[in-house]
Design a protein around this ligand. Structure first.
Ligand code: FMN
Length: 220
């Protein structure tokens, strides 16, 4: 099939775009507003986009109630800081719950039964139980046009100024044990994936001689 997103003429029951870029890591973002109220929300339009120095980005649609932007984006504009918390299998329910809360006056971490722990360099807290936290300083926000206010997106870039990694997920070899972390990722629709040792594989860069299977046959 082929369709033009500007015409939205895919003919399918649901827009397929999110299911075409999978799995997407989930940036579980904590912020505070100018009065110190805590906000937490998951964003699967999220990624690390450089690593030395590290920058991350996430992209937020408009607020469903037609306010200017979602609370996370407003808070970062007000305070200039946020924290990325890695979302894992163990905290999947709480992660999902923080996506529901839209009232600005609610402390979303407390409401979701999550414990806030202080960050080292920025004011927004970290989520206890998440094995990786990046403390971020706002770098830039890029506005993407939408068909309406809700479908317009704010792409928020942050410079990572502090990295916390739980000691127990660093193996004896000094390498992060992703299988132990069990990070979750977003697929299309309401689907998710998780990573554990049964669905990981390791591959060095291949020389033409080292190729196997169909890739080998194609190279010959
Ligand atoms: C797994 C998951 C991923 C999500 N990813 C995004 C996203 O990338 N962009 C977005 O605008 N909303 C996303 N949402 C919805 C937001 O989390 C939701 O609108 C949330 O209420 C925003 O919170 P805030 O208004 O406190 O910032 C996602 C929800 C879930 C459950």
């Amino acid at each position: 099939m082929f369709y033009e997103p500007d015409k939205n003429d895919h003919g399918l029951p649901y827009n397929p775009v999110k299911a075409c870029v999978v799995p997407r890591p989930i940036g579980w973002i904590t912020t505070i507003d100018s009065e110190g109220r805590i906000n937490a929300a998951p964003f699967s339009f999220f990624n690390a986009v450089s690593y030395n120095p590290p920058f991350v980005l996430f992209s937020s649609g408009g607020h469903p109630d037609d306010e200017e932007a979602k609370d996370t984006v407003v808070n970062i504009a007000e305070t200039g800081e946020f924290v990325y918390n890695m979302a894992t299998w163990d905290q999947r329910e709480q992660m999902s719950h923080t996506a529901l809360i839209t009232d600005r006056n609610v402390d979303e971490m407390a409401e979701s039964g999550l414990e806030a722990i202080a960050s080292s360099l920025v004011a927004p807290p970290r989520i206890k139980g998440s094995p990786v936290h990046f403390e971020c300083v706002h770098h830039q926000t890029v506005e993407l046009p939408g068909h309406n206010k809700v479908s317009a997106h704010h792409v928020v870039f942050g410079r990572v100024v502090g990295v916390h990694i739980a000691d127990e997920v660093i193996g004896d070899d000094g390498i992060l044990d992703v299988a132990r972390i069990r990070p979750i990722a977003r697929l299309g629709y309401k689907d998710y994936a998780w990573v554990d040792s049964t669905n990981m594989f390791t591959m060095d860069k291949r020389t033409p001689e080292e190729l196997i299977g169909p890739a080998r046959q194609a190279a010959e």
